[in-house]
Design a protein around this ligand. Structure first.
Ligand code: F6R
Length: 364
């Protein structure tokens, strides 16, 4: 049941510290501070390329994993939407790994993408929340998220547990490829181990976010911006808002604004910006300035340092704890979920069963 919560989605958002912890502890040994994958029978030192394919929110998890595999493991990765990949007839390399991400394990496009990769001789690894699913059955090896059953149609805890396991997989791949030293591995493992506590801190902003949602519910369009591994979080924020509040939203890489979408900006378009302090902050802050100069109302999600540098002109700020950039996508997802949730509740939509949507898309 929903217990003390009004909706399953709300319950599932608040379960995240626990289920991220469960998923983490099945792969990361807190004593040694190192990732220990089960024996998957895959030699991660010898993969030419990983091809990730998935749908919707699971695809965004794959996009973030690409940043991690490339930066930490120096592993070439390609990511594609399963409904495109399955028909694209892409050539696939020798010694390639196909990685398929799916909460339900039953999404037909992801299953067909898997079958295509198998025909092309790829080793098949899947990441599912439901281990007795078609995608798991047809894989050479399976990793499981320990999110527990997800009832709300909008994916929340499935997504953050997917990210958790993908982060562990990137670390394991980095070690296998010799692209990370022990000190850096320990630091990144430690950052991951602290995620459940940091996520719990972010949930404390629930009331602030509900107030921001009261502003957002009147909007017709909302833009979400991010850079680097937070660009897919902008995509996820926009998808979450669309599917449960029915407000039109778009996620963009912040640097793409000037190539078109900035034409949309006026006083009526809220712009949600995910921008922790760090090497890319000044770039995003410049994009924020351009938006504010055109009357845009910015909701800045950052840490204390970022808010000190760029928060003054924002209409709203949400201050998240400072964390290693590696784990930032996990934290910045939470305000996206809560903004969408509260906006939908205020609008009175059916949060757990949005119109036209099914939990698992088993027909094309
Ligand atoms: C969005 C959402 C969908 C799913 C997508 C894939 O909130 O829930 O975009 O992520 O349909 O579903 P699975 O992960 O079951 O393959």
């Amino acid at each position: 049941g929903k217990g003390e919560y009004r909706h399953f989605m709300q319950k599932e958002i608040f379960e995240q510290p626990a289920v991220i912890g469960d998923s983490l502890h099945s792969f990361l040994d807190p004593l040694s501070g190192t990732v220990q994958l089960p024996d998957l029978g895959i030699d991660f030192s010898a993969i030419s390329r990983i091809t990730i394919s998935a749908c919707g929110t699971a695809y965004f998890a794959g996009l973030i994993a690409k940043y991690w595999f490339e930066q930490i493991a120096r592993q070439p990765v390609e990511v594609d939407i399963a409904s495109e990949f399955r028909y694209r007839e892409a050539p696939m390399p020798e010694s390639g790994l196909g990685l398929f991400v799916s909460q339900s394990g039953e999404t037909i496009d992801t299953l067909e993408a898997l079958r295509y990769a198998k025909r092309c001789g790829q080793t098949i690894l899947s990441l599912v929340n439901v281990p007795e699913s078609a995608i798991a059955r047809e894989s050479d090896a399976v990793l499981q998220t320990l999110a527990g059953p997800e009832i709300g149609v909008a994916s929340t805890k499935a997504f953050t547990t997917q990210l958790t396991v993908l982060a562990c997989l990137a670390l394991a791949t980095a070690r296998a490829r010799g692209s990370i030293d022990a000190a850096r591995e320990a630091a990144l493992s430690q950052a991951l181990l602290e995620v459940p506590a940091r996520v719990a801190e972010v949930l404390n902003h629930d009331t602030t976010i509900r107030m921001i949602a009261a502003d957002m519910m009147e909007a017709r369009d909302v833009l979400y911006l991010g850079r680097g591994s937070l660009y897919p979080i902008a995509l996820e924020g926009a998808l979450k808002l669309k599917e449960i509040s029915y407000i039109h939203a778009e996620g963009y890489a912040a640097g793409e604004m000037k190539h078109g979408p900035i034409a949309l900006i006026d006083e009526d378009v809220p712009i949600v910006v995910c921008a922790p302090a760090g090497p890319l902050f000044e770039k995003t802050a410049a994009n924020v300035q351009e938006v504010i100069a055109r009357g845009g109302k910015v909701i800045l999600i950052s840490d204390a340092e970022g808010i000190a540098r760029a928060g003054d002109e924002a209409a709203h700020v949400i201050e998240l704890p400072p964390v290693d950039p590696f784990v930032a996508p996990l934290l910045y997802t939470l305000p996206m979920q809560l903004l969408a949730y509260h906006t939908a509740v205020l609008k009175g939509t059916d949060v757990d069963q949005p119109r036209n949507l099914a939990k698992a898309v088993t027909v094309e």
